[in-house]
Design a protein around this ligand. Structure first.
Ligand code: RP5
Length: 164
């Protein structure tokens, strides 16, 4: 099982190339925390076969967490979650017409039975998705727990006591 992996790995997937400007922030966070990742474009509606093959192989391929970004009628995270028991974090991409409200509601309103952990719309959500993946991994990995603590301490120390 993936939770026994010495070197845990996160899958970052997205529905389109246009999502990458948001989703590459997940890569940045995971890099800082020294967590291995693989990034792919997997669309639930444009490449359904690729999506099925990816999702059904995630356990065998040793992923610990899946981060899935999607915009509009954003069914990718839920579809993937229905095909694997690995935790899925959904990132609602900020869509042009509805500013990501469509993406957020599509991802967060999963009917009971198949959960998707949902973060905020856009880049803040992508950062938190990376950090959330690290938190999940840190339960069973001391090194990542240390890296995440160091990141939190750095954040705390960067907050000035007074505004200027
Ligand atoms: C979704 O459709 C993608 O996740 C993307 O956010 C949205 C628009 O895709 P493009 O038309 O920009 O390729 O599948």
């Amino acid at each position: 099982m993936s939770y026994k992996n010495k070197r845990p790995k996160v899958a970052i997937v997205m529905g389109s190339q246009s999502d990458y400007s948001t989703m590459k922030i997940c890569e940045k966070v995971l890099k800082i925390l020294k967590i291995k990742y693989e990034t792919k474009i997997v669309s639930a509606h444009r490449t359904p076969k690729r999506m099925y093959e990816f999702a059904t192989a995630t356990e065998k391929n040793g992923f610990s967490v899946i981060i899935a970004g999607a915009g509009g009628s954003a069914h990718l995270p839920g579809m993937i979650a229905s095909l694997t028991k690995i935790p899925v974090i959904g990132v609602p991409i900020e869509s042009k017409k509805l500013k990501g409200i469509d993406s957020l509601l599509s991802i967060v309103q999963m009917p009971k039975g198949i959960p998707v952990g949902t973060v905020a719309i856009g880049k803040d959500g992508a950062i938190n998705a990376g950090l959330f993946a690290a938190s999940i991994i840190s339960i069973s990995n001391k090194t990542i727990r240390k890296n995440l603590s160091a990141w939190r301490n750095k954040q705390t120390n960067s907050v000035k006591k007074k505004p200027n």
